[in-house]
Design a protein around this ligand. Structure first.
Ligand code: ARG
Length: 561
């Protein structure tokens, strides 16, 4: 029911000078629910009706009786409205029951496409926990946009181009073997690269191999493609654990043959200028450093490839929006990229491209630095988390079936939940005791509440269909759960508009807290069956919405824990 409109219509009929649309805008939500669920301030009417606000409020309180409300009260210059609690419960909960896992979704994105560039790993580098945010924020946005009716294109813009790959091939041919690379994967590729990079005699050879990659030489391409396969094989293992997938792996090298158009266009539009032999686009007018397009030797750069990628995505997918989920260290890069596209005449660059920036990750108080050896590999972190979850489950629920599957859901879910708990721009410091805790604002706590709902429903020997006494949900705890449930659709839209999955994460844990407060204050199966049924339906609605909310952020919801 649309309570605000009901109030606006009733007040409009009573005062006769204002339209309901106009009055609806004045309605407020009182900070304290004891004051009412909605409040209508009479101050603006005072001037129109030439009466004091308390007089107007008292007069309206005697006459206004909107449908769906049990009480209307004048307090000072305010008219306070109390929702009829049983009706409110019936409206919200019946809707959740009938819509099921579609509850909260929308079709606002119908016919629209959004490209999401996330994870975007570099070849021959191992996945470390610094990659967690881009991967999981991107994955959550993918699910949230899909839930709102958009068609999503998930793009892993691979970092698969650069002079280091020439050295890696040279190192491999000099010292490496296929067997060793197959066996040790990315670690072996890194070892070969580091050896070649340090060796002064290998520099020339490295450059020559890089040139061959650029020219598409058959042998170079065969080796390089295989390096990519090795890297992706390692990455896929992590993606599988996290439940993440992509629609495209078109990365930097994919644009090798698509750069001509960009350079030609920049030239034709008189945007390129020479600077120390290099070709740049000057951006000082916009308070930005020049965008480096071509090096003196004619090689293209990161931004050149991103220009080609943006144009390619626009032509191929006709996106309405293209999101780049990349750390804030690249803020400048994206500002330059978007500005150059705008200067090229692509007006959509100013409105449809967005850098979804996020903070840094550190581990138990230490920043991650490869140089100091403080690298925490994502694979190891996830495995350890599952192991720890397994030990906790063993202790708490020794008789549980499929402990392995539950440990995986809880172990990985806790890491993902922790990553998506705070607004993305904040830095994250990962601590085990904060992530993998069954109390507090954590994944395990929220998952446990979901499992609790499942268990209540399993144990109750009462079908959900049948006569229901909604007034059994008039208490404060139940009403606050229902108010939260009613908000879910708005929460999802808000998360989408701000590209901020943490809004959904916070909602799920808040809902779990409110349901637990209800659960500990009331006995679900007390009283007549019509009353128990109402409480079970509340439980079923919480179960449904928790499950949907968790799935939107990429966290499993096991039925038993
Ligand atoms: N591979 C890059 C890095 O690790 C991120 C790429 C982001 N996407 C893009 N279109 N520039 O820093």
């Amino acid at each position: 029911m649309d309570y605000k409109n009901k109030i606006a219509e009733a007040v409009a009929a009573a005062v006769e000078t204002e339209t309901p649309e106009n009055l609806a805008q004045w309605i407020e939500i009182p900070p304290d629910r004891a004051m009412g669920d909605y409040a209508f301030p009479c101050f603006k009417l005072a001037r129109i009706l030439r009466k004091a606000p308390p007089v107007i409020a008292a007069d309206l309180a005697a006459r206004v009786r909107p449908e769906g409300f049990s009480r209307v009260e004048a307090v000072g210059g305010y008219l306070n409205f109390f929702v009829e609690k049983g009706g409110f419960a019936a409206g919200v909960l019946s809707r959740i029951l009938s819509e099921g896992e579609r509850y909260g979704s929308s079709d606002r994105g119908q016919g629209r496409v959004v490209c999401i560039d996330y994870s975007s790993i570099n070849i021959a580098k191992r996945f470390h926990i610094g990659h967690l945010s881009t991967t999981m924020i991107g994955n959550a946005l993918y699910k949230i946009y899909t839930f709102c009716g958009y068609r999503c294109v998930g793009i892993n813009h691979l970092g698969d181009w650069g002079t280091q790959f020439g050295k890696m091939i040279a190192g491999f041919l000099r010292w490496g073997s296929r067997e060793q690379v197959e066996k040790d994967g990315v670690d072996e590729l890194v070892r070969l690269y580091v050896m070649a990079d340090k060796d002064p005699d290998m520099q020339e050879e490295g450059r020559a191999w890089f040139k061959k990659i650029e020219e598409g030489d058959a042998q170079a391409m065969e080796i390089f493609r295989w390096f990519k396969e090795i890297t992706l094989r390692d990455a896929e293992r992590v993606y599988a654990k996290l439940g993440v997938r992509f629609d495209s792996y078109a990365g930097e090298s994919f644009y090798n043959d698509k750069m001509g158009r960009v350079i030609d266009e920049l030239k034709a539009k008189n945007l390129l200028v020479e600077s120390n032999g290099a070709q740049v686009v000057m951006l000082d007018e916009y308070g930005l450093p020049p965008a480096l397009i071509l090096k003196a030797d004619g090689a293209t750069l990161y931004v050149t490839r991103d220009l080609a990628a943006a144009l390619y995505r626009r032509d191929t997918y006709h996106f309405d929006k293209c999101l780049y989920v990349v750390a804030y260290q690249q803020d400048m890069h994206f500002r330059q990229l978007f500005k150059v596209l705008e200067l090229m005449g692509y007006e959509w660059a100013a409105t449809d491209l967005e850098h979804v920036s996020f903070g840094m990750v550190s581990y138990e108080g230490e920043t991650l630095s490869t140089r100091r050896g403080h690298v925490v590999y994502l694979d190891d972190l996830l495995d350890r988390s599952v192991e720890k979850a397994r030990a906790i489950i063993e202790e708490k629920s020794p008789d549980l079936e499929n402990k392995d599957a539950v440990a995986a859901s809880v172990g990985i879910g806790s890491v993902v939940f922790f990553t998506l708990l705070n607004s993305r721009i904040k830095d994250i410091d990962f601590w085990w005791d904060r992530a993998l805790n069954f109390d507090g604002e954590t994944g395990p706590y929220t998952q446990y509440t979901h499992a609790r709902c499942c268990s209540v429903l399993r144990k109750a020997d009462l079908p959900l269909e049948g006569e229901t006494d909604w007034s059994a949900l008039s208490d404060e705890e139940a009403q606050s759960v229902i108010t939260e449930l009613a908000r879910f659709g708005e929460v999802v839209s808000d998360a989408l508009e701000r590209n901020e999955p943490s809004i959904v994460t916070r909602f799920t844990v808040g809902l779990a807290q409110k349901y637990n407060a209800y659960y500990f204050a009331h006995r679900i199966l007390d009283g007549a069956p019509e009353q128990s049924r109402a409480r079970l339906i509340l439980t079923e609605a919480v179960r449904t919405v928790l499950k949907t909310g968790l799935s939107l952020i990429g966290v499993d919801a096991p039925e038993r824990m």
